[in-house]
Write a protein that binds this ligand. Structure first.
Ligand SMILES: *[C@@H]1O[C@H](CO)[C@@H](O)[C@H](O)[C@H]1NC(C)=O
Length: 383
């Protein structure tokens, strides 16, 4: 009987939880840098079910600077990005925030507040129905940052997942404004692919060369990376004109991308917002790797002129649009809001979705199905 009750409560518990799917959270099963057993409790509310959850980020900030905590993507300041959720139950809504810490988790600044209908109450459990757009603050510091997603539902439960990301300068072009479509972030062997990336490859904590924000074009369908394969290098292809970001011939590198490879009308396959890793430093074409030169350049030139020029123009338009709207300096953005974690502040129960006391400049309204209510008591919640 006790066993049956335990199983029943597990079932109930397992039907009412969500977690950050993209970008992949620290120690999640879809994070390419997770090396051991992934955390099976990322979709649990904090301090649920007899467990104590370390605040913030489930205690995973200690992975920063370690291989398991390497950035999973690169976002350009001022760009539009998407995050997705997945899990076993969306609780028919609630309110979410996303934001960043640029001081290794001491403080978190709000990027966007979603007041109501987050997760999407009728969006199901698949990331395709739980995709949310937000702006990376245009004036936030570049370099490594912690991206955080928080959720407070109408059961006074608090969720927080975090991911390591790289924030890139604006003049290094980002890849995607397109978001992830599939559940797991797919990984690929990159033979026969050419990628343009938001920034140059840099040596990471795992002694591998990594970069993010890569848009890739592959002459054949990319396959899953071979287990134990040695990833050698990416060869830098010089920019053909100033508008083109550095491009790499991805010889024996591995990339994890925001979405599955798409077949184009020209028979090529494309992926966007990929984070790529190679064991050796990428080499500029023209030095050691001259032999790739002409083939690569002609291949790349046709690819670049077809795709990227138009694409870059579109991106420039986006950036200008974001700049016009940005009014609050990054350092003046409010702190992300935390409640329902025994900190004296509680979100509304059952009848309303949370209205943030200080939502920040970027607020996405819900669908109005539930009224919004401030947390209480006011004195403990910064109202
Ligand atoms: C990830 O989570 C699992 C399961 O909770 C845990 O055993 C493991 O130590 C965690 N990994 C890291 C790097 O913290």
């Amino acid at each position: 009987m006790i066993l049956l009750l335990c199983m029943l409560s597990l079932l109930i518990v397992a039907r009412s939880h969500m977690q950050l799917n993209y970008p992949p959270a620290f120690n999640s099963s879809n994070n390419p840098h997770t090396s051991g057993a992934p955390d099976p409790f990322l979709f649990y509310p904090y301090n649920c079910c007899g467990r104590t959850t370390v605040f913030p980020c489930g205690g995973y900030l200690n992975l920063l600077g370690k291989p398991e905590g390497a950035p999973v993507t690169s976002w350009v300041v001022g760009s539009k990005q998407k995050f997705t959720l997945t899990g076993l139950g969306n609780h028919y809504g609630g309110s979410c925030q996303v934001g960043f810490s640029v001081d290794k988790g001491k403080t978190f600044q709000v990027a966007t507040s979603f007041e109501g209908n987050c997760p999407h109450r009728n969006g199901g459990l698949d990331p395709s129905g739980q995709t949310f757009e937000f702006d990376v603050p245009a004036d936030m510091p570049t370099g490594q940052a912690v991206f955080a997603w928080t959720w407070m539902n109408r059961e006074q439960e608090f969720f927080m997942n975090c991911a390591a990301v790289t924030i890139a300068k604006k003049d290094s072009k980002s890849s995607s404004s397109t978001g992830p479509a599939s559940n797991a972030a797919p990984s690929y062997d990159m033979d026969g692919c050419t990628c343009t990336c938001a920034s140059a490859f840099a040596l990471d904590a795992a002694n591998q060369y990594t970069t993010g924000g890569c848009d890739c074009d592959c002459s054949k369908a990319p396959s899953a990376p071979k287990p134990g394969a040695i990833h050698k290098r990416a060869v830098l292809i010089p920019a053909i004109n100033k508008r083109i970001t550095p491009a790499y011939l991805m010889s024996d590198c591995a990339c994890t991308c925001a979405q599955a490879a798409k077949k184009n009308t020209n028979g090529h396959y494309s992926m966007s917002d990929c984070t790529c890793t190679c064991n050796e430093s990428p080499t500029a074409a023209g030095s050691k790797h001259k032999r790739f030169g002409s083939i690569v350049r002609s291949h790349f030139r046709s690819l670049v002129t077809k795709h990227n020029l138009e694409h870059d123009l579109e991106r420039d338009v986006d950036v200008v649009h974001v700049e016009e709207r940005s009014t609050v300096a990054y350092k003046d953005r409010p702190s992300m809001f935390f409640a329902d974690i025994n900190n004296g502040c509680e979100s509304p129960l059952t009848t309303a979705e949370l209205k943030y006391p200080k939502p920040g400049p970027d607020v996405v309204p819900g669908d109005g199905v539930y009224p919004l209510a401030l947390p209480s008591p006011a004195s403990e919640c910064g109202v």
